[in-house]
Design a binder for this molecule. Sequence first.
Ligand code: ADP
Length: 548
Amino acid sequence: MLSTMQDVPLTVTRILSHGMTIHGKSQVTTWTGEPEPQRRSFAEIGARAAQLAHALRDELGVTGDQRVATLMWNNAEHVEAYFAIPSMGAVLHTLNLRLAPEQLVWVVAHADDQVVIVNGSLLPLLAPLLPHLPSLRHVVVTGPGDRSVLDGAAPRVHEYEELLAGRPTAYDWPDLDERQAAAMCYTSGTTGDPKGVVYSHRSIYLHSMQVNMTESMGLTDKDTSLVVVPQFHVNAWGLPHATFMTGVNMLMPDRFLQPAPLAEMIESERPTHAAAVPTIWQGLLAEVTAHPRDLSSMARVTIGGAACPPSLMEAYDKLGVRLCHAWGMTETSPLGTMANPPAGLTAEEEWPYRVTQGRFPAGVEARLVGPGGEHLPWDGESAGELEVRGSWIAGAYYGGAGGEDLRPEDKFSEDGWLKTGDVGVISDEGFLTLTDRAKDVIKSGGEWISSVELENAIMAHPDVAEAAVVAVPDDKWGERPLATVVLKEGATADYAALKAFLARSVAKWQLPERWTIIPAVPKTSVGKFDKKVIRRQYADGELDVTRL
Ligand code: ADP
């Protein structure tokens, strides 16, 4: 028997029309580096999204499910593109501005992008690539930046504001199938070539509802969220969509992502929430330690994308800022888990839950798979690869125009679950603790050593700013850990003392015998530790390694 309920498609268009009316007064504030930030209401964003859609269709000839790319920071215009492009039935492709040039060229061709909307400040990055981007018919420029670098460029160049001016502020949005593509994002290629993940209207809608649940970020129209996580990195963790559902104000840093302007933004605009990867919070902590600022408005912070060292959580607790750990991937939209502890616990009892990656919401099913393909129990001890499935989890990668979707065996199980490549344990209460990425685990004499556990323990030392641990080949054990350490300003290296400190929390056989001080941990395009680079530097003899 079928239900008697209406079957209304779950679409980005619906999120837009709700946000711009019911929450029309909520605001997107964009940092400009000028005395006054730019402020735009959700109602204005909605009207301008309609104008953008008219311009894309009538002036630039975007039809059907053509791809429109963005090469932009987090700002109000990017939010307009987020809603205009999917709502008109086209597909938004957010380009990661930190990808290597050859990877950018590759993803634009693979997605067959027709138009790119670009921030003026990013033209020096785009202009030299244009001769290698034949699919692009139009370049639309917005915000400050020298346009002359585009002189002689092959595609037609337009000014965003001129393109919008005078166009109708309403659009007769088409009826869309909720399973249709709305947006796409390529993985940052930490582990190989970028792979295209295509989100549907339905997956975005359902994911946004989850982001808004109290067990996840739980924000309301009384909140302002500082969205540091880039809009080109998994849809800024779904925040632009989720905020339009509930009227949460957004504070957008544009290109001002350095610790000093972030601290200034927080003190003057007083956001109640923020979202970013751990390296941002490390940098901000060093900044406010040197130049104190009041961060206390920002009661809650969502931190994810890489493991958050417990020492960082403790440091922010002291500033009145609570970091809440979340795990996710480009393939999971990204919300997979969040570490909100269960009810009825004291602060001390909450701690063991807060340092996990968190628990799974109803929309995400999880299982752990052992080396022989066996399913492991949730006992907090059995470690295996995490596999997930759900309505906002990828079931394939984009195969390119005319190509079949890709389901590589190492990424999807035969029964359709996503193999995350992350290794960890799950407690009987459903809390996930990741010990490593499968390829970062250190396999020493048949035992596994977690690089993340060693890093967290080293980073708890007061002289250490950052630490990354990688596996290096070892004649006797197969692999052993190499500890690369970034010291805080003014601290001096004492390897024996660091090792003794580590021995307090880590089993003796796991202690690294190879140590090196480096000026900074190499980072990927989305600010994660780039262990590939460290392994290569070690192999090429570029690191000054001390053995003890
Ligand atoms: P890429 O795979 O290119 O780095 P993603 O942003 O999709 O791009 O990265 C997802 C990966 O990031 C996860 O598979 C996991 O290894 C790591 N990750 C995300 N959140 C966390 C977290 N809270 N703790 C540890 N690792 C995390």
